[in-house]
Design a protein around this ligand. Structure first.
Ligand code: ADP
Length: 766
């Protein structure tokens, strides 16, 4: 049979299959047209090589299909869209020589159905059906209902036929199916193809889900990283580079391997935490602390004692004893090489230059200076630090001090060591003991820092107002240097040589702009301040300087002179009157002298007697020791009543009331003993007490006068109060010898050993 031949590219048509294809090649178009004009039959055959434009016999498969053209649609530019249905297999024997279109000699190529028994058929059917269902489920183009429809049949032959038509596989596979005329062969091939396709689908699915997973993961990571980057950017930090930066610093750090090891470990931990993690901040804080601690870094001390002396002299007036003692200990230090000398503790009233002389010592020795204020420290952790497990943990004050000093051998001032107290949160003074003890402080443990700190090269100086509240073991570790109150003269010199020049400079003035007369200075000291030290004085001078600075600018820059006469303009009215002695001699009123942590003071003791039952009352700001010494006084008086003409019944028929007025500072101590006894005898006997006499001394039951402390402060206070005669225990005579004549000048100091002598000097003649 001769039929027009149409070569198809990439398509294999099988019997019963309806296909649509477009043809553009002239020869094919002619072939279709020829067929349309005849019996509509063509031979459709696939090209082996789809690229060939004018295929010959060798380019075509030999097996094709005889098809019937169902529809032809003319497309623009001479192309045709053809719908055809495959009828039966046929073999191309040879191509014709017709010029316009291809013709071929075609021979039918019948297929065989094979012969199977029903079980075989059923088995084949089920296998194929199952395979196809699987295939259909996986194939996106095959709809569920069409699977149903296709597998509706019960005949394996039909089923295979349907499947082949609906199979969407490469045309070369289809060509193989077309060429397999034996049913068995076709069946096997089909099963193979299906199984293969299914396998391919599975693999594709796996690949796809892997890809999806990867994409998802990448996407998620990318988003997270992006967020992290933005957060870090916001915070201006970047853990990795920060960690690197830390590592560089560790390399440079002068420290033992132990410290470096620890740091490296922490940096590793730091690197592994993300920056929005609170742990990260904690680790960073810790690393920074360790990096800032001085470890093995030390400054070089100056050994030049002469220079040290010069600096101490230059910066502080007076304070001879202190300076001397400090220079001695510096000498010892330079001889022993190490800080073996005991820790100095400067004790004295506020504003007497304890802190500032310590700073001068640091300067004299070329040391870094750190001040650690211990006032009000109650919690041991403030000294020793908090463990890192606490939220907001910090190093203690000592470790912090070292950190801010930046070297391991600074001068550390432990300010107000008498003001530490212990409560339920551990023992602060025990912690301080460890700090100050040369045996233990080589390995001082701060809870936060964890690695032991070496404090052995730190030079400690402590300050205190009073020794009473310092614990005994702590006292034992320190050498006490007393810093006394200043006399008016000392204050005058300090003001003139140190405070005033400093204030003038601080306020942008110089000596062409301001002068302060000596008389004005003396007046400021006596009329505007009442203190043991010079802090108030310094404040007053600063006040004057501020006001003068303004005046200088207002007054067309003429030098401003501050004198005693215009002082009120700057400071207002004087606050204190110089003369405070009692105006006249009185009965039952005696002036005593007291020492307090803020300097000396006078206290007026009053006694009243009244008819009663021999009771005895004490009022005012006084402590237990004072009460006891009042009772001792009464006992003494009763024992010697007859000497002073007091009748024995007197104590049964009268009450005594002792009162200590004025002063918010609680006073305690035995040194008011003779004062109270004198006041009582005066009140009982009705003899007046001289107004210009003041006294201090402890009394015994037998009327002996025992020595007291703080004499310089007391004498200064007496003088300030306008007292001219002071009764002092005989045993204090050596102390008086040490006190400068400036204090004792114009004061009559009478040494007394017994109450008799006291009364002799105190009681006015009848
Ligand atoms: P403290 O520590 O004893 O309470 P400060 O050391 O703070 O007292 O002294 C208060 C002020 O008085 C500081 O400005 C200090 O320089 C000054 N000052 C105290 N004593 C003297 C002195 N002897 N010479 C010079 N200035 C002094």
């Amino acid at each position: 049979m001769i039929l027009p031949v149409v070569a198809l590219r990439g398509i294999t048509v099988l019997p019963d299959m309806i296909v649509h294809f477009d043809i553009t090649r002239e020869k094919s178009v002619q072939a279709i047209e020829y067929a349309m004009n005849n019996n509509q039959q063509v031979f459709l055959v696939a090209q082996m090589d789809s690229q060939a434009d004018d295929p010959g016999v060798k380019d075509l498969y030999s097996i094709g299909v005889i098809a019937e053209i169902k529809q032809v649609l003319k497309l623009p530019s001479k192309a045709l869209r053809v719908m055809a249905e495959g009828i039966k297999r046929a073999r191309l024997l040879e191509l014709g020589t017709e010029e316009k279109y291809m013709t071929g000699k075609i021979l039918e190529y019948p297929e065989s159905k094979g012969s199977y028994n029903p079980q075989e058929k059923e088995a084949m059917f089920r296998t194929l059906k199952e395979l196809f269902e699987n295939y259909g489920e996986l194939h996106p183009k095959i709809k569920k209902d069409s699977i149903q429809r296709l597998t509706d049949t019960t005949d394996v032959y039909q089923l295979s036929q349907q499947i082949i038509i609906n199979l969407s596989v490469y045309y070369k596979e289809k060509q193989r199916l077309l060429e397999a005329v034996e049913f068995q062969e076709r069946y096997d091939l089909l099963c193979d193809i299906l199984a293969n396709e299914i396998e391919i689908f599975h693999i594709r699915q796996e690949l796809q889900s892997k890809i999806q997973e990867k994409v998802d993961k990448n996407q998620k990571e990318y988003l997270l990283r992006e967020q992290m980057r933005v957060i870090r950017e916001e915070l201006g930090e970047d853990a990795a580079s920060e960690a690197e930066h830390f590592e560089e610093q560790v390399e440079k750090l002068k420290a033992d391997p132990l410290v470096k090891e620890k740091l490296k470990k922490e940096i590793e931990r730091f690197r592994n935490t993300t920056s929005n993690n609170s742990e990260n901040a904690v680790i960073r804080g810790y690393i920074e602390t360790l990096l800032e601690l001085p470890w093995n870094k030390a400054s070089k001390d100056s050994k030049d004692l002469e220079r040290a002396e010069r600096i101490l002299e230059e910066e502080h007036y007076g304070m001879e004893k202190v300076k001397e003692r400090i220079l001695e200990s510096l000498a010892v230090r330079s001889l022993t090489q190490k800080g073996e000398s005991p820790i100095l503790c400067l004790v004295g009233p506020p504003g007497t230059g304890k802190t500032s002389i310590a700073r001068s010592v640091a300067k004299a020795l070329n040391k870094e200076y750190v001040r650690i204020s211990l006032g009000g420290v109650r919690d041991e952790a403030e000294i020793r630090g908090h463990r890192r497990t606490y939220i907001g943990a910090m190093p203690g004050r000592i470790a912090n001090g070292l950190r801010s000093a930046g070297v391991k051998n600074p001068l550390m001032l432990l300010d107000e060591i008498d003001k530490v107290s212990s409560d339920y949160k551990g023992d602060t003074s025990a912690a301080l003991l460890e700090v100050l003890d040369g045996e233990q402080n080589v390995k001082f443990r701060d809870h936060y820092v964890e690695i032991p700190l070496d404090l052995s090269e730190v030079m400690f100086i402590a300050t205190a107002n009073s020794l009473q509240t310092i614990s005994k073991p702590l006292l034992d570790r320190m050498e006490i240097i007393e810093v006394n109150s200043y006399t008016e003269n000392e204050k005058f010199h300090i003001a003139k040589e140190h405070l005033l020049p400093r204030q003038i400079k601080k306020n942008g003035l110089d000596k062409h702009k301001i002068t302060v007369s000596d008389k004005a200075l003396a007046r400021i000291i006596s009329g505007y301040t009442k203190e043991a030290g010079v802090r108030g004085l310094e404040r007053k001078l600063s006040e004057i300087c501020r006001k003068v600075a303004r005046e200088y600018l207002d007054n067309n820059k003429k030098q401003v002179r501050v004198s005693a006469s215009n002082l009120e303009k700057y400071l207002g009215k004087a606050r204190y009157e110089i003369n405070k002695a009692n105006e006249k001699d009185e009965v039952g009123i005696v002036r005593g002298l007291a020492w307090t942590s803020v300097g000396g003071d006078t206290l007026q003791i009053e006694v009243n007697t009244m008819p009663g039952k021999g009771e005895f009352k004490l009022t005012g700001q006084l402590g237990d020791v004072m009460k006891e010494s009042a009772e001792t006084g009464i006992s003494y008086i009763r024992s010697v009543a007859s000497v002073y003409g007091i009748l024995p019944e007197y104590f049964k028929e009268n009450d005594l009331h002792i009162h200590i007025p004025e002063g918010a500072v609680p006073k305690d101590g035995p040194s008011a003993g003779i004062t109270m006894a004198t006041a009582m005898i005066s009140a009982i006997t009705g003899r007046k007490v001289y107004a210009h006499v003041a006294m201090t001394g402890e009394i015994t039951l037998r009327g002996r006068v025992l020595p007291i402390g703080g004499l310089k402060e007391k004498l200064l206070a007496a003088k300030q109060a306008g007292i001219t005669k002071v009764l002092v225990p005989q045993k204090n005579e050596k102390d008086v010898a040490e006190i400068s004549t400036e204090v004792t000048k114009n004061l009559e100091i009478v040494f007394v050993e017994h109450m008799d002598q006291v009364l002799e000097h105190a009681l006015a003649d009848e």
